[in-house]
Design a binder for this molecule. Structure first.
Ligand code: ZN
Ligand code: ZN
Length: 160
């Protein structure tokens, strides 16, 4: 969850972005921004659509997709393609350089902070290139899936 100050900053940033791109500052777009910032974790366009419906705020999926693209483009949201079929989003203000552990079995994503690794990455310099941020995806198998796979294996053994 993003604090009120970051929310206000984001609104200001989004308003400026829309002005400079000659886009209409519709209440729907701001409502989508507010809703996006209410998520603590990653969310998909569908998650956002559902939450808007729960709040009885009706906007079309097209408007949601379009606004999420704008929010990503202006740097408020970060878009991830974790390997599932849907893109996932998260608030940049809420995600200061964390890493993602992704289970290749169930698709679950866990966020981790690794200060050692961050220190190392932040100390890296590349010639003629200014780094803004890092996104690191670490793929593997989560505990729940590992247990399930082990159980399945032992069941198969019994059958043989
Ligand atoms: Zn898993
Ligand atoms: Zn994340």
């Amino acid at each position: 969850m993003v604090d009120d100050k970051s929310k206000l900053n984001a609104r200001g940033k989004f308003a400026m972005y829309m002005e400079s791109h000659k886009l209409r500052k519709t209440p729907e777009r701001f409502a989508i921004l507010d809703m996006a910032m209410s998520f603590c974790e990653h969310f998909s366009a569908d998650n956002l659509f559902q939450r808007m419906e729960e709040e009885a705020y009706h906007v079309s999926r097209a408007t949601i997709y379009n606004t999420l693209d704008l929010l990503t483009d202006c740097g408020i949201l970060r878009k991830h393609q974790f390997g599932g079929n849907q893109s996932q989003y998260e608030c940049v203000a809420d995600a200061p350089n964390h890493h993602h552990l992704i289970c290749t079995e169930c698709g679950k994503i866990k966020e981790i902070k690794d200060t050692e690794l961050l220190k190392y990455l932040n100390s890296k310099k590349y010639s003629s290139f200014a780094v803004s941020y890092y996104v690191l995806y670490i793929y593997g198998v989560c505990n729940t899936c590992a247990r399930r796979m082990k159980k399945n294996r032992s069941i198969n053994k019994i059958k043989i």
